[in-house]
Design a protein around this ligand. Structure first.
Ligand code: FES
Ligand code: FES
Length: 157
């Protein structure tokens, strides 16, 4: 099966029903995508499939084949810069243990790339099922608002 991940093609010899999460982590070494609950509940494993956030623990590779997959390793536009959501998470010192962070960032990036005009309530709602066991929600929210402003080009205005 062919998977296209972060603009690179991978041939994987796996069962079609194997979860994308395990192929990313165990077979391809893309361990930035995290395992949390394994049941679609926490959001630690979010990646983007065809531009939409999906829970890779619940996504069989058969559903991902032939579509562009983006993981945290492929989010930055180039080696010299970060995605605005990544930069905002750093600037607001959001991570505590860091385990939920790639899922938080991938979810937020997908939401804001689809609509950078999302208001605070819509952003919070869109992130509601991304859990953070460290409770960094206040900093996550601040970073999201900052990232949204950067992506709209209104940061600091
Ligand atoms: S590990 Fe996939 S939603 Fe929790
Ligand atoms: S920073 Fe620890 S789970 Fe979110």
């Amino acid at each position: 099966m062919q998977l296209r991940i972060n603009a690179r093609d991978y041939a994987v010899a796996e069962r079609p029903d194997r979860a994308l999460l395990w192929v990313l982590r165990d077979e391809l070494g893309l361990s930035g995508t995290r395992f949390g609950c394994g049941a679609g509940l926490c959001g630690a494993c979010v990646v983007q499939l065809d531009g939409r956030p999906v829970r890779s623990c619940q996504t069989p590779i058969s559903a991902a084949a032939g579509k562009p997959i983006r993981t945290i390793e492929g989010l930055a536009p180039d080696a010299g810069s970060l995605h605005p959501v990544q930069q905002a998470f750093i600037d607001h010192q959001v991570p505590q243990c860091g385990w939920c962070m790639s899922g938080q960032i991938m979810q937020a990036a997908a939401l804001l790339e689809a609509d950078p005009e999302l208001d605070e309530a819509a952003l919070v709602e869109g992130m509601r099922q991304n859990l953070c066991r460290c409770g960094a929600y206040v900093r996550i929210r601040a970073a999201l608002l900052d990232a949204a402003a950067r992506m709209r080009g209104t940061a600091g205005s």
